[in-house]
Design a protein around this ligand. Sequence first.
Ligand code: DAT
Length: 186
Amino acid sequence: MRALPNIVITGTPGVGKTTTCTQILALASQSDPPLNLQHLSINDLVKTRSAHSGYDEELQTLIVDEDKLMDEVEKEIEDGAGNGGWIIDWHSTEGFAIRWVDLVVVLRCEETAILYDRLSSRGYKDAKVQENMDAEIFGVVADEAREGWTEEGQVVELKSTEAEDIEENAERILQWVKNWLKDREA
Ligand code: DAT
């Protein structure tokens, strides 16, 4: 059994996944006792392990080789005897084994104008901004997560619109980790 839970922080690009993960790790290291959580950026893994099969010019993105990527994810997660504590940062949960993950957090930015600004300030082309906006409006990532993790409370959606949301969400997620630990001790 894992010593710490594995959590996926997911959502449409620009909802604040990486910023939230950084904040969770900062709070975890300041906890008493510190919690040994680690950030697993799947974006980085795609690049460093070459889990891609080319570049999509239209969508300005690497074409992910999902089988290779999931092999690499599994290797990372199972590293250290599978002790857990991974905060996994990716815009999808597709391909993840249910057993790898204890909680899926879907960040949501329902203020489309705000998400639009975040995406266009990254220099994304219109087609890519539009694709992501549509995905957010239709809740694609949340639906996909719910199809996989069906038990009550395994998937939570949190609003990530304003700066205060980042802090609040990171605190909630850390509290969830602490409760998970308490339940295991009992
Ligand atoms: P993601 O990892 O989901 O693609 P990010 O963490 O890189 O997103 O954030 C993209 C940009 O938007 C970054 O400049 C921080 C900002 N941002 C994200 N969530 C926010 C929030 N809830 N309030 C204010 N700014 C936010």
